[in-house]
Write a new protein. Structure first.
Lengths: 301, 421
């Protein structure tokens, strides 16, 4: 390293730690949204670094669709123990049972959209005033305009046309009662940054990210894992393929890629050569050109 | 890109400013496209949209239109951030719209930038917008400016046109506080001198835009002289292993801190010595901006968020009266004698607007001493009186300890961005 000059990954790391410390200082009941995916794993790792030698001063919350990969759930429980954090689980199944939301029907039914209600209910019930997320601005067009500190009104909605200006590294987290904030500490990271950082910091990941044999089927060009949560159409065939996942989400909308990448180094080589974005294997974004924008306005992650 | 080179990259943050039709979105699209930062699915999406609209070829500008309203109206509403990397550097672009009413967005984008790209349409030369953008870049102390003279293809790739604009710009820029200005003739549409050297302008033997972005010297943009550490959060583990541990977490805002340094705590004025600089990985022998660290001191002093740790022999100003250049960002104009909340580093309090000295006419950089009304997108010089002492440097000396924001106490909105004079 050159004298008194940080490399870009260390500068991003420092920026994210600064943001996490601002959250702890400015909010009374923050919570870290934890999905078991690599981005929220990195955020929780950064939180561990930011507050060391204290434990992380907020809880982790998982919005559980009930349609998760078993590996992601196992990892979630193990990692929470590993970093000495308390885990809160907000269940979409409970929201369905209570009649708060109605399950979608048909072959492409997904609980992905339903998560928004469960999330907002959990924020309200637990009186969380700030939800920390692992979203990045490079992921999707609507996210490119997101602030680090993103204000939500009392309905949990995002108003992209009326965002607070965010200057220098001064973050304004003031709000009225009933409003809350979403904070995105790794806003400025790209997918490549996240992977290189995982390698640099030797952060353990769920096995789903690495190559494995899996029973899958193909629907509209997306490779889905066979599960109890998706009904096969008559013409769809179950095959065994060598795959891995680039993102970890709800099983009904997360597609696999054919890959033999068995280490973080292999994945980095794959990401470098990739010709589609990681959200390219997410069916939820393909519903319309403004799909993410609409979901974000309603209070999605 | 190998992992080794990736770990050795620097970060450059830049902002782009230009009027509506200067080709700014095309330029950014071109940088992303030619540096191979665009994925196949993104390209297919904009190809489809271009075709639907009946446009010829791929409209690269579509890559940067984020929100539905913008796509429909073909305008940019807000600051958008874009990312790309080459083997040398990672880049963060703060892409801001160029209309007059968006001064506040430009200020926002400029506040974190090391470099500004200012686009000039070769057909129009230096216009009011150019002067406006340049003034903002200078006010925000962006260390480097690259003036891209675009649409050279429409001016027959003429060297005379380029030289004329360059000389016009240079003469007006003499009034600005910018240390480093570069000029490049480009065609964002055709790609000349953006990533690849132009074959149409052999008379130009300077660097391409990307080459300059990759190589411009940015290591000395950070203040490594005046040691400043705003305390952000106090770390008290109360665990058996760290029973009496009391650490001050924060991000170094300037200078170098080492264990053993004699320090003073502001505003209390207590003296102590740095015992250790801690991180998750272990203690450090030195730290500098912009590192996030945790400092412990030899003495047990009452220190909290908003205090500042500095070297004993190099102190910032400490005062309740602060002079600022302010950019007003809210529909509701600034109120003389009005009360606002402020945030400065990690410190906050309330303040009253004591005086509006003048408003700037940013089209010609003159001072309007008779006009003291600062409305949205106006910039002016004001004096505030704060309820608590503020420890600051001039913005020129340190962008972190020299910047301040004002907040409306009723709406909680950020209404003003101040640069301490």
């Amino acid at each position: 390293m050159r004298a008194y000059n940080l490399t870009h990954l260390r500068e991003l790391e420092s920026e994210s730690m600064f943001v996490l410390r601002e959250v702890a200082a400015q909010f009374e009941r923050p919570v870290l949204l934890f999905s078991g995916g690599k981005d929220s794993i990195v955020v929780s790792h950064l939180a561990r670094k930011a507050f060391w030698p204290s434990p992380i001063p907020f809880k982790l919350m998982h919005v559980d669709t009930g349609h998760n990969f078993q590996e992601a759930i196992e990892y979630r429980d193990w990692w929470a123990k590993e970093i000495n954090a308390t885990l809160v689980i907000a269940s979409v199944q409970e929201s369905i049972d209570k009649g708060r939301v109605v399950e979608e029907k048909g072959y492409n039914a997904s609980r992905n959209v339903l998560q928004t209600t469960t999330l907002l209910d959990a924020i309200e019930q637990n009186k969380f005033d700030c939800a920390i997320g692992g979203a990045r601005r490079d992921e999707e067009k609507a996210r490119a305009k997101e602030r680090f500190f993103s204000h939500r009104d009392e309905f949990g909605q995002w108003d992209p046309k009326n965002q607070r200006p965010e200057l220098w590294n001064i973050f304004n987290g003031r709000k009225h009662i009933g409003e809350h904030f979403r904070v995105f500490p790794i806003s400025n990271w790209t997918e490549m940054d996240v992977w290189q950082y995982i390698l640099l910091e030797k952060i353990p990941l769920p096995t789903l990210y690495f190559t494995h044999k899996r029973k899958v089927f193909n629907r509209d060009g997306v490779i889905y894992s066979v599960s109890d949560f998706m009904k096969l159409k008559p013409e769809e065939k179950v095959e065994e393929r060598i795959v891995r996942f680039r993102t970890v989400g709800d099983m009904t909308c997360t597609g696999a890629v054919l890959s033999k990448a068995s280490s973080v180094e292999d994945i980095i080589a794959e990401v470098a050569a990739a010709r589609t974005t990681e959200r390219g294997s997410r069916q939820d974004d393909k519903r319309s050109e403004a799909a993410m924008e609409d979901r974000k306005k309603q209070g999605y992650f | 890109m190998t992992t080794k080179s990736y770990l050795d990259m620097e970060l450059l943050r830049f902002t782009t400013a230009g009027s509506v039709d200067d080709g700014k979105s095309t330029l950014i699209g071109r940088l992303l496209y030619d540096s191979k930062s665009i994925f196949q699915d993104q390209l297919e999406a904009i190809e489809n949209t271009s075709k639907q609209r009946g446009e010829e070829g791929i409209n690269l500008a579509l890559l940067t239109d984020g929100l539905r309203a913008e796509r429909e109206q073909g305008i940019t509403i807000d600051v958008a951030y874009r990312y790309f990397a080459t083997p040398k550097r990672k880049f963060i672009i703060a892409d801001t719209p160029g209309h007059i009413q968006y001064t506040r967005n430009m200020v926002t984008g400029a506040s974190t930038a090391n470099l500004a790209i200012i686009l000039v349409d070769a057909r129009n030369g230096v216009v009011e917008q150019t002067r406006r953008h340049s003034f903002i870049a200078s006010l925000l102390e962006i260390p480097h400016i690259i003036v891209c003279i675009n649409k050279m293809d429409l001016m027959d790739w003429s060297e005379d046109v380029f030289e004329k604009i360059k000389s016009d710009y240079t003469s007006f820029a003499a009034k600005l506080d910018v240390r480093d200005i570069h000029f490049i003739p480009i065609s964002a549409l055709k790609g000349d001198n953006v990533v690849d050297q132009s074959k149409n302008m052999l008379w130009y033997n300077g660097s391409t835009l990307l080459y300059l972005l990759e190589n411009i010297h940015i290591a000395s943009d950070v203040n490594h002289i005046d040691a400043r550490f705003p305390v952000q959060y106090v770390i008290r583990p109360y665990s058996d292993k760290f029973h009496d541990y009391r650490g001050y977490a924060g991000r170094v805002a300037g200078g170098i801190f080492r264990p053993g340094d004699e320090v003073e705590i502001l505003p209390s004025g207590f003296n102590s010595k740095i015992k250790s600089i801690d991180t998750f990985e272990g203690p450090l022998t030195e730290s500098f901006a912009p590192m996030s660290i945790c400092i412990t001191l030899e003495d047990d002093i009452d220190i909290s968020r908003g205090d500042m740790i500095v070297r004993k022999n190099n102190k910032p100003e400490i005062s309740q009266d602060v002079d600022l250049m302010i950019c007003w960002m809210n529909e509701k104009p600034l109120q003389l004698n009005g009360k606002y909340s402020f945030k400065h580093t990690t410190r906050e309090g309330r303040c009253v607007i004591k005086d509006v000295k003048y408003k700037m006419d940013i089209s010609n950089m003159s001072r309007l001493a008779d006009d003291k009304n600062l409305s949205k997108n106006d910039i002016g010089r004001i004096t505030i009186r704060t309820t608590v002492p503020v420890m600051f440097d001039s913005y020129r000396k340190n962008r972190i300890t020299g910047s301040i924001i004002l907040i409306d106490e009723a709406t909680n909105e950020t209404v003003g961005a101040g640069m301490i004079v």
